[in-house]
Design a protein around this ligand. Structure first.
Ligand code: GDP
Ligand code: MG
Length: 593
């Protein structure tokens, strides 16, 4: 019957191993669209994604191959979006595991492989980029057998770029991946694995229908909230948004129901029929939980109201961001925002500025700490300046991650040293092959925010790869450090740091800030303090008179230029008392370790 001719699959890979290129090639090969119609990389729809070369938005493309309908479900390629990856995989019966033949297995290869295996997917290994002279197919085959425990004879040699192995891949999808199961006569159950906001359709859900069917006019209900909507459109991306009459058990497609806010269709939630609902939701739903917080404050010509409007509009598009009003003595009114990770923060900041035209200052991001007070209460700390007085604290807990690092063996020493500086504890050490090592560490998540990734890349000349997952909270010997500008503490610059590192970081941070704070008409004193104890200080000397005289004497164009430059600079400055603090000053903590 019908289901026999459907296949649902994803492509999983370490970043840059060629997922997007291969996806485009599969789309092109199956003739879903003409080559000349193809934008550079179709699955990466957002501009920022394309610029950064990463895929953030998951989408699903319907391909026709022989008598079959194949649904290719895209997954985001960054650790911030791990939960979205798991839901996309839950919508599939199989996955292509792509491995770059010149690089071999890397950290994300293993992480996504385990996710797929846990969901019982049929995994087809694909050795990609075999067109390159440095491709080492034999080595990758050995890794597939030794590290993943898969049969290397089943691996397909391919090149998305040169168009090698494409037909073999499509045939393998049809032959090796099982068709979906499901019963279209049962009550509707559809798994949401992605959503986006469309100005015409409203919030659109990408779903895999498990049981039942859905069509225009169906009254649907969201399991987690009980909210109901009436379906206005169903369809599939081909890759155009193409309307269909209905979606049935086994199908992958989209549902629109004049929903105004993406937060109403959360990834992992189950859509059912309001008139004859399923008894139980699909398991595995988990509301998005921010891991990192930062303050966003208006600056330049942007007002608090402008920023609030922008955040409201933006969050219609992004169900993962949270925000609440925060008032900072130093920065005024702004928002404390929660993000899935640092990349998510960067994306939000960039889009707010670019698409919503606001000017902002971002405070240094921090993880969520937990404080157990002497009275036995547990408090969540999302803003370091809110840490209670030390005399009231029994203990402070900090979040830990388990990091997996894959590296050529010659860099193991350098990595161990780096991880030690980051207070990491080694969990395991394993040779993947003669020259490749997999290291596992538990590291405080806060330490990873301090440019861990950059340092890892530098220490290993870019050869090590890194992936992580959150594992839990542990007690830490932590203190709050305050930064004082001309003897006034700036709450927005406070941060939490391990006692053993406090002196070094305090020293580094005042030195960094000295470099980034522009000289003013008077001397600026910068101090780092723990409680009332100043541990480091530096000074930005006052501008010399003759420099000023030159500025104000000179010809008119020069003055104008200077004014323009000042205006430009203002964008990213925040006035603190008489001192102007540039954006870099707020982020200097990230570079202080
Ligand atoms: P993704 O991060 O996994 O989506 O990887 P992309 O598809 O964006 O590819 C990363 C880089 O590898 C790009 O510069 C591609 O042009 C290149 N690339 C992808 N597939 C191949 C291939 O089969 N052969 C070669 N030589 N380069 C490839
Ligand atoms: Mg990509």
């Amino acid at each position: 019957e019908r289901l026999k001719y459907i296949r649902n699959f994803s492509i999983i890979a370490h970043v840059d191993h060629g997922k997007s290129t291969l996806a485009d090639r599969l789309i092109e090969f199956t003739g879903a669209i003409e080559k000349r119609e193809m934008k550079e990389q179709l699955l990466d729809t957002l501009d920022i994604e394309r610029e950064r070369g990463i895929t953030i938005k998951l989408q699903a493309v319907r391909l026709k191959y022989k008598d079959y309908i194949l649904h290719l479900i895209d997954t985001p390629g960054h650790v911030d979006f791990g939960y979205e990856v798991s839901r996309s995989l839950a919508a599939c019966e199989g996955a292509l595991l792509l491995i770059d033949a010149t690089q071999g297995i890397e950290a994300q290869t293993i992480a996504t492989f385990w996710q797929a295996l846990n969901l019982n997917l049929e995994i087809i290994p694909v050795i990609n980029k075999v067109d390159l002279p440095s491709a080492d197919v034999e080595r990758i085959k050995r890794q597939i057998a030794d590290v993943l425990g898969l049969d290397p004879e089943g691996a397909i040699l391919a090149s998305g770029k040169a168009g090698i192995g494409i037909k073999e891949i499509l045939d393998a999808i049809v032959e090796r991946i099982p068709p979906p199961k499901g019963d279209e006569d049962k009550p509707l159950k559809a798994l949401i694995f992605d959503s986006y906001y469309d100005p015409y359709r409203g919030a659109v859900a990408f779903v895999r229908v498990i049981d039942g069917k859905v069509s225009v006019g169906t009254r649907i209900k969201l399991f987690s909230t009980g909210k109901e909507f009436e379906v206005t459109e169903v369809g599939a991306q081909t890759p155009k948004m193409e309307k269909l009459e209905e979606l049935r058990a086994g199908d992958v497609g989209y549902i629109a129901a004049a929903i105004k806010d993406v937060r109403d269709i959360r990834v992992g939630d189950t859509i059912t029929d309001a008139k004859k609902p399923a008894d139980e939701p699909i398991e595995g739903f988990r509301p998005a939980k921010p891991m990192v917080y930062a303050g966003l404050y208006p600056t330049g010509n942007t007002t608090f109201e402008d920023l609030r409007d922008a955040l409201e509009k933006y969050s219609i598009n992004d169900a993962a961001i949270t925000y609440e009003v925060e008032s900072s003595p130093a920065l005024g009114l702004g928002f404390r925002c929660g993000f899935l990770g640092l990349l998510h923060l960067e994306i939000v900041q960039e889009r707010l500025e670019r698409e919503y035209g606001v000017e902002l200052i971002t405070t240094a991001p921090n993880v969520i700490y937990k404080v157990i007070t002497k009275k036995g209460e547990e408090i969540e700390i999302r803003n370091p300046s809110e840490l209670p007085d030390p005399t009231k604290i029994d203990k402070i807990l900090e979040p830990y991650i388990e990091a997996s690092i894959i590296t050529p063996s010659e860099y193991v020493g350098a990595i161990m040293q780096l991880v030690q500086e980051k207070r990491g504890i080694q969990k395991s050490f394993e040779y993947l092959d003669q020259k490749t090592v997999l290291l596992r560490y538990e590291i405080p998540m806060g330490e990873v925010l301090f440019d861990f990734h950059d340092k890892l890349k530098t220490a290993t000349r870019g050869y090590a790869s890194f992936d992580y997952e959150f594992v839990g909270y542990k007690e830490g010997d932590l203190v709050k450090m305050d930064i004082l500008i001309n003897d006034e503490p700036v709450d927005a610059l406070s941060f939490i740091v391990h006692k053993d590192k406090a002196y070094r970081i305090g020293r580094n941070i005042v030195d960094k800030m000295k470099e980034v704070i522009p000289r003013q008409l008077f001397e600026v004193k910068i101090q780092a303090a723990i409680g009332s104890k100043v541990i480091a200080s530096s000074k930005v000397p006052a501008l010399r008179r003759d420099v000023l005289a030159k500025c104000y004497g000179g010809d008119i164009t020069r003055k104008k230029k200077l004014l323009e430059k000042q205006k430009e600079g203002k964008k990213r400055m925040k006035q603190f008392g008489k001192v102007e603090l540039p954006q870099e000053a707020f982020l200097s903590i990230l570079k202080a370790d």
